[in-house]
Write a protein that binds this ligand. Structure first.
Ligand SMILES: Cc1cc2nc3c(=O)[nH]c(=O)nc-3n(C[C@H](O)[C@H](O)[C@H](O)COP(=O)(O)OP(=O)(O)OC[C@H]3O[C@@H](n4cnc5c(N)ncnc54)[C@H](O)[C@@H]3O)c2cc1C
Length: 393
């Protein structure tokens, strides 16, 4: 693949603060998880305000690869991911926008028999847990699904009802919907202090103070910093996930493709560009709120793509970018109550796969807060799992 130019970073907007009114909940962070949680809570009758240092979609939620997949999920995430997919299939009725979602399917390809064996074991593991969304296919069926796949690809797992959506459209759709349903957004307000005063949380941003009895930390790659204000340490590592997009080419592929060996997330947009990710890392600078692609990682990514799609060798790369994402050591997020502070909750550190989960995690948190219990199992995501690991030493 040929590289033409690299583009990274973005712009910020400062919005005029809205007049404060009494609220039940403060959410720190207006990305997809903050907005989804706000929307679900509002639909349960809570008065919610979101405090966001930039604007919704400025960070991971607006710049991700748009993969909407159950395929390959960590076992603890499968129930949430399966339930999230049901909402994605009805996304228009959920938030009044289609979010650019297309049910094109997702495929994870094996490049040799050893990888095929791993995929077989994976499908058996998912079935043993009672789920049937992952399906093993051999070489012939793989070639029907992905005719362009290199000859050495021997089979795949397919999730036919998975797909992809447009991350910025989705972020804006959540934001617009939440606003329309009464959520107050305070944009351009970086949270710099949090204090419990009596039964209330007081959240400071510059010379402003926001107040509510319930606090939710949806601060993405900064989630550990907000947890730190509650006296709670979380071993989050900010990473810079790298993406690249090629110039337009004629229709080439339908499903989103990955590899059993990892290192690839590959799709073709409706406009014809190829959108390529797969966990290749750039250089994060969380304090500066930016990240730079690493040319060597981009080259490695291009090599993976052309190994399985050799016909793409001369397609020009049009642009590249990085997004900041919080990673936890066990590659699953932190969701649930604070272990140190009353009426405080976390939802951060989605480890590169929180886009698809966004409609459901907000629902689980809203149920936990309003009804006292999540209808889906969120215990594996508790922040307490890091107790005694040195993270809270
Ligand atoms: C390049 C890339 C590709 C990805 N691809 C996929 C994919 O294909 N499929 C998938 O499912 N997931 C994918 N992801 C992961 C997904 O984008 C994230 O998991 C998800 O968007 C996280 O949402 P969030 O709301 O938790 O975080 P964010 O979107 O980061 O939102 C957190 C918000 O908190 C705000 N904030 C932080 N600190 C403060 C503070 N002190 N005061 C006020 N506000 C604060 C930030 O400004 C930010 O807007 C990808 C991520 C990246 C970066």
């Amino acid at each position: 693949m040929r590289f033409r130019r690299g583009v990274s970073g973005g712009h910020t907007v400062k919005c005029r603060p809205m007049k404060s009114e009494p609220k039940d909940v403060i959410i720190v962070g207006g990305g997809l998880h903050g907005s989804s949680t706000a929307l679900h809570l509002t639909r349960k009758g809570m008065r919610v305000q979101v405090i966001e240092k930039r604007f919704p979609g400025r960070f991971a939620s607006g710049v991700n690869a748009g993969g909407v997949r159950r395929l390959g999920r960590h076992p603890a995430e499968i129930p949430l991911s399966v339930a999230a997919m049901e909402i994605w299939h009805e996304i228009q009725s959920f938030i009044g926008h289609d979010c650019g979602f297309h049910k094109v399917g997702q495929v994870k390809m094996a490049e040799n028999e050893a990888e095929m064996k791993q995929l077989e074991e994976r499908v058996a593991q998912v079935r043993a847990l009672g789920f049937k969304h992952e399906e093993l296919v051999g070489g012939n069926e793989l070639r029907e699904l992905v005719p362009a796949a290199a000859d050495h690809c021997v089979g795949a797992i397919v999730c036919r009802d998975d797909g992809a959506a447009n991350p910025m459209l989705t972020s804006r759709a959540y934001w617009r919907r939440a606003l329309a349903e009464g959520v107050a957004y305070h944009l351009g307000d970086p949270v710099s202090g949090i204090e419990r005063v009596g039964d209330m949380w007081q959240v400071r941003s510059g010379d402003r103070t926001f107040e509510a009895p319930i606090l939710i930390n949806c601060a993405g790659a900064w989630g550990d910093q907000i947890a730190g204000h509650l006296g709670e340490e979380a071993p989050l590592t900010p990473k810079a996930l790298t993406m690249m997009v090629t110039e337009r080419i004629p229709q080439f592929i339908d499903p989103v493709c990955g590899l059993a060996s990892g290192g690839l997330s590959f799709k073709q947009s409706a406009e014809g560009t190829l959108v390529i990710g797969g966990g290749h890392l750039g250089f994060p600078d969380r304090d500066a709120e930016t990240a730079e692609p690493d040319p060597l990682a981009l080259a490695a990514s291009a090599r993976v793509v052309t190994r399985v799609f050799p016909q793409l060798k001369s397609v020009p790369v049009a642009r590249t970018w990085c997004g900041l994402e919080g990673f936890m050591p066990d590659e699953i997020p932190v969701i649930g109550p604070s272990s140190t502070a009353p009426d405080a909750y976390h939802s951060f550190g989605f480890c590169g796969h929180g886009f698809q989960l966004s409609p459901i995690v907000g629902k689980c948190l809203a149920e936990l807060i309003v009804d006292g219990k999540s209808s889906l199992p969120i215990e594996p995501f508790s922040i307490t799992r890091f107790a005694g690991t040195g993270a809270d030493a």
